[in-house]
Design a protein around this ligand. Structure first.
Ligand code: ATP
Ligand code: BTN
Length: 247
């Protein structure tokens, strides 16, 4: 049956809203908000979510393959959203492993995948997406400054139809997740390489207290980031506790 969309003007976090309702959800159900009082990023970090100018949405997906497939899923989400945005703004939107979108080398959007479910069972996945659209420097209050360079779609296009964009994102997400469920990452791999903001660039990985440097070589079929070391060896990195930075 068809999935549902709910729009809330004000919410703590669209991800939390969906997490709280998992037993009642079907794949594709989506929550949108105009404002989040407790928007969140990875590892408890804050997602700045001013009113009425950006897109904050969370989509539920029941993933029969179980929690282990979630890494691939989050890469697919990044690809799909980048491609949807690129139809509006001349291929300026790029992906950063594992789940950020960049435009003009600055953070444009973030994806936060949260899940419940044991290994061996289907996973209940909440796909949270925050996209900066019309956010301007002076909307952001002093106490909640963003501690890295960021961009917004308005930097490149004047009029963004937020409702239309949200609809396109939800539809292409659902379509692509169905393909991912049947075929895995394979059909998406070459698309990732087209969009990878750091491909061929010198980067560093922050892994706990360790720092690893190398040349970014894209991803493998498991969704691991490939890093070429000084001795030429290419090493795959996977896992939630890794942050990619330019070097
Ligand atoms: P990584 O996941 O590689 O560690 P990250 O530093 O971007 O990347 P995340 O937890 O993914 O960390 O994202 C949260 C971070 O995003 C915040 O610490 C802040 O720097 C930044 N941020 C918060 N709100 C916004 C926003 N609206 N637009 C752009 N960046 C934001
Ligand atoms: C990140 O880059 O760390 C991910 C940020 C994800 C933000 C979105 S906004 C909609 C959804 N609700 C949340 O609380 N977070 C995600």
């Amino acid at each position: 049956s068809d999935s549902n969309v709910i729009v809330e003007p004000v919410i703590d976090s669209t991800n939390q809203y969906m997490l709280d309702r998992i037993p009642h959800l079907q794949s594709g159900d989506t929550c949108l908000a105009e404002y989040q009082s407790a928007g969140r990023g990875r590892r408890g970090r804050q997602w700045i979510s001013p009113f009425g100018c950006n897109l904050y949405l969370s989509t539920y997906w029941k993933l029969e393959q179980g929690p282990a497939a979630a890494i691939g899923l989050s890469l697919v989400v990044g690809i799909v959203i980048a491609e949807t945005l690129n139809k509006l703004c001349g291929n300026k939107v790029k992906v950063k492993w594992p789940n950020d979108l960049y435009m003009n080398d600055k953070k444009l959007a973030g994806i936060l995948v949260e899940l419940t479910g044991k290994t061996g069972d289907a996973a209940h996945i909440i796909i949270g997406v925050g996209i900066n659209i019309g956010m301007s420097k002076n909307i952001i209050q002093k106490e909640e400054t963003i501690n890295q360079a960021w961009s917004a779609l308005i930097d490149e296009i004047e009029n963004v139809e937020r409702n239309e964009l949200a609809g396109n994102i939800i539809n292409s997400l659902k379509e692509s997740l169905r393909i991912f469920e049947k075929q895995g990452l394979k059909p998406f791999l070459s698309r990732w390489f087209e969009l990878d903001n750091f491909l061929g660039r010198k980067v560093k990985l922050l892994i706990g207290n360790d720092i690893v440097v190398g040349i970014e070589k894209g991803i493998n079929e498991q969704g691991a980031l490939l890093l070429q070391k000084e001795n030429g060896e290419i090493i795959p990195y996977i896992g939630g506790e890794i942050s990619l930075r330019s070097n």
